[in-house]
Design a binder for this molecule. Structure first.
Ligand SMILES: [Zn+2]
Length: 230
């Protein structure tokens, strides 16, 4: 299965794509040489993830202590760098990878999936992990990770980054389009293999920021449209 940015996936097909049951949001080096993050900026989402700089930068919040019966409250305690046994948590693993990048190593490549509503996930593409820091939030310490969108190909390691053609569609816009188009292809009504499509491509001046320029297309109609443009 080849998955592309903007593709709508179910939880099950997301797990099939990654070859594991995705149980947690942060997955450092899940399989092989890249990592996976699950994000959500829906109202009531547990973490304060956000998209910045016109859709090119994702600020991802680290994760809390594991909740244990009778243990400390995960929401009032510092997010941990290490486990009780001393090893790095997912926060720690991603943090170390960001520090390595700061010290001149190639960036960690991260695939990002976003939940836009119950049962509906969108593949947001590949990101480069470029920075990490700790900040205070409600009297405790949380991790923040800065990731930049890239067209870098995971398979080839090709660093032909073309950020001019790459913008994330904000979550609110995705949800608005999903509702407007009733979760189906605007051409044929199919509910399978849907894709958030720029009506006017970003590279031709079309906006990623307004629902008017985004529509849902099935894989077949998405391909047909691309063939006509090229
Ligand atoms: Zn269609």
């Amino acid at each position: 299965m080849v998955i592309s940015r903007g593709e709508v996936v179910s939880y099950l097909s997301m797990c099939a794509e990654e070859g594991v049951n995705l149980q947690r949001g942060m997955n450092y080096r899940l399989r092989g040489d890249y990592s996976v993050l699950l994000m959500s900026i829906r109202k009531g989402a547990p973490y304060a993830d956000r998209i910045e700089d016109d859709g090119t930068v994702l600020i991802y919040e680290g994760h809390d202590l594991q909740s244990t019966k009778g243990g400390p409250n995960p929401k009032t305690n510092n997010q941990p760098m290490t486990n009780p046994a001393g090893g790095l948590t997912q926060n720690g693993l991603f943090y170390q990878a960001a520090i390595r990048f700061r010290n001149g190593h190639p960036p960690e490549l991260v695939r990002v999936y976003e939940k836009i509503r119950a049962g509906v996930w969108v593949y947001n593409g590949v990101f480069k992990l470029e920075d990490a820091w700790l900040e205070n939030s409600n009297s405790r310490r949380v991790f923040k990770f800065k990731l930049t969108v890239t067209d870098e190909d995971l398979a080839s390691g090709d660093s032909d980054t073309d950020i001019e053609h790459t913008r994330l569609i904000p979550s609110g816009v995705k949800l608005e389009v999903w509702k407007r188009d009733n979760g189906q292809c605007v051409r044929c009504g199919s509910r399978d293999n849907l894709h958030f499509d720029h009506i006017i491509p970003y590279s031709r001046g079309g906006s990623s920021l307004v629902a008017e320029n985004i529509q849902l297309l099935c894989a077949r109609h998405n391909l047909q449209k691309r063939d006509r443009i090229e």
